[in-house]
Design a protein around this ligand. Structure first.
Ligand SMILES: Nc1ncnc2c1ncn2[C@@H]1O[C@H](COP(=O)(O)OP(=O)(O)OP(=O)(O)O)[C@@H](O)[C@H]1O
Length: 366
């Protein structure tokens, strides 16, 4: 999938901007505060319904404007799509795909797989399990069509169960409702476990280059007991019910799942430098992209904000090499053109197309 045209209106300091990106690399450069990250933020919003900088979408709406609009033309092999999103401060997003309105954000997300690397990306490895769970579920959403329906059913039964817990009902009244919760929870656990094994295989092809000589090991943490097998889930829920009553919500289940990444047997966040953590995250994103290519015949679009941060010259060249190899469309921000001069020979040697966009005060400078 590639973006062949991008039009942004009233996103942060960008009043109006329209570009025809390259299907290869796109370098967006300009001074601090020019609006470079806002371009990536607009693409990310279109591909996920979320910003990577804030939970409040209204922060993106340009001061004194009522809404923002992001529009893109997409090319997937021979098929062309026109997709758009408009958001006011309070309402739900208005989404259009090929001229038709839809309420379903998942349709848009399905068309536009995006992965982002920023200086904050190491939080994937250093913060709680929520972001890691979301990372796995992103990959499964595209790779396994049974995943999203199972996840929705599970979320619904979790909500019902939590409502019963809050009412302090005895377990005998909750037990008859456990069936859907356990069935979908088990399905999600199984799919995530398989996915982590596939991700591990794809991951080492990149970590062997980024951290040569280190053994990198990814494992799934299910959110149930680590030893749980099959029917055991039900008895764990029963045994843990008193704890649920005390805390007011369900403690066990895949809604508490995540993954652990170890380097030479030690948790990555405890042993790696910030630059190494960033490289590990980059390897995870590249692994997601290669699995996506394998299952969908198309890779994701990579957004890389402030590419140079934390990485030395050799690692930057290595990352560019991997992005070239995976044949994805890439959007990279940098504060000056110099960086492009450094990578130009690599792109030329691989015959990879690229374009430069100079942004100042929210506008393209030609
Ligand atoms: N809602 C808004 N409306 C108008 N301008 C905004 C809004 N929110 C932020 N800005 C401004 O938009 C500008 C663009 O910020 P952005 O983060 O995109 O810049 P950048 O080019 O990535 O900078 P840096 O290199 O420092 O990361 C900033 O000057 C910011 O003050």
């Amino acid at each position: 999938m590639t973006i062949s045209r991008l039009a942004i209106q009233a996103v942060r300091n960008i009043s109006e901007l329209s570009i025809h990106p390259s299907s290869g690399f796109n370098f967006i450069y300009g001074k601090n505060g020019a609006g470079k990250s806002s371009v990536l933020e607009a693409i990310h919003m279109l591909g996920s319904g979320r910003s990577f900088r804030t939970h409040r979408h209204k922060q993106l709406i340009q001061y004194e404007q009522q809404d923002f609009t992001i529009f893109a033309e997409l090319q997937r092999r021979d098929v062309h799509y026109r997709v758009g999103m408009k958001r006011t401060r309070s309402g739900e997003p208005e989404i259009r795909i090929n001229g038709e309105s839809t309420q379903r954000l998942a349709e848009l997300v399905g068309l536009l797989p995006i992965q982002i690397l920023t200086p904050d990306s190491p939080v994937l490895l250093t913060s709680g399990s929520k972001v890691r769970r979301q990372f796995l579920d992103w990959g499964l959403f595209y790779r396994q069509e049974l995943f999203y329906p199972a996840w929705r059913r599970y979320a619904r039964s979790l909500k019902q169960r939590n409502a019963m817990v809050r009412q302090q009902l005895p377990y005998s009244q909750v037990a008859p409702w456990e069936h859907d919760f356990v069935e979908n929870g088990r399905l999600i656990t199984q799919m995530r476990t398989e996915f982590v094994a596939q991700l591990q295989a794809a991951l080492v092809t990149f970590t062997d280059q980024f951290l040569p000589g280190s053994a990198v090991e990814l494992s799934y943490q299910s959110g149930w007991s680590a030893t749980a097998q099959g029917d055991d889930y039900l008895s764990q829920l029963q045994d843990g019910y008193n704890r649920d009553l005390k805390t007011g919500h369900t403690q066990l289940g895949p809604h508490r799942g995540g993954f652990k990444l170890k380097v030479d047997g030690v948790a990555a966040e405890e042993t790696c430098s910030r630059g190494q953590l960033k490289l590990l995250v980059a390897a995870l994103l590249l692994a997601q992209g290669s699995l996506l290519s394998e299952s969908q015949g198309t890779s994701c679009i990579y957004l890389i904000d402030d590419f140079a941060a934390e990485l030395d010259e050799a690692r930057r060249a290595l990352l560019i090499e991997c992005l070239i190899a995976i044949k994805s469309q890439v959007f990279i921000t940098a504060t000056d053109e110099l960086f492009v001069e450094q990578v130009r020979p690599q792109l030329a040697a691989a015959n990879r197309p690229f374009k430069l966009f100079h942004v100042e005060r929210g506008q393209l400078v030609t």
